[in-house]
Design a protein around this ligand. Sequence first.
Ligand code: DC
Length: 230
Amino acid sequence: MSKVPVICVDGPSGAGKGTLSTRLAEAFGWHLLDSGALYRIVGYACELRDISWQDEAQVVEVAKALDVRFLPSPSGVSVWLAGEDVTTRIRSQEGSRGASAVAVLPKVRLALLDRQRKLATLPGLVADGRDMGTVVFPEAPLKIFLTASAEARAHRRQAQLLEKGESVSLPRLLESINERDERDTNRSASPLVAANDAILIDSSTLSINAVCNRVFELAASKGLVARSPN
Ligand code: DC
């Protein structure tokens, strides 16, 4: 793992990690790990098999046996589970609930560890998640912890849903963001916390372009890429 450059992007839901990570991976020509998608797929695969999200032993078996593929698609990356395109399904509110529920189980996290580490191959990896810098890639040369206020994240999520033709009230979104933050931050297994050597970026009042530029510069200053793409 040590020779392959890895950039970790951790932080709470809705801070812009996905967009930042996708843009970094595209700009550098690196691989992308969307670790949240893995937890979402585990939750969904359990649902398909009528396995309770709380049944740790059975969820572990599901996690170990996952037949998952991340394929390039016109809208970015599509996620396939055993030959089924589950990209949209796993992004639903139910998909979020399932992911958050299975993500608290320590043995499930352990079962997914190797699968994530194996994705660190040349020329480099951008790893998006909650515990990339603290647990999965502790030796990564650049760790970003991207935050934003719960209100800013709820507004962004509402705009995304509106674009898809779904309308959810702001107070409900805020409530679900707060609930997820609470669960992600307070679980005992790999809680959401910034690594000691992570660089904190608050995106509440920054455009996504400004955030990307800052990270491009950091990557260039660490010698991970030849120069900033902008
Ligand atoms: O990033 P996301 O919203 O797709 O993540 C879905 C859930 O999975 C979220 O509740 C946090 C959890 N998760 C995690 O525990 N560890 C990760 N590395 C990534 C996501």
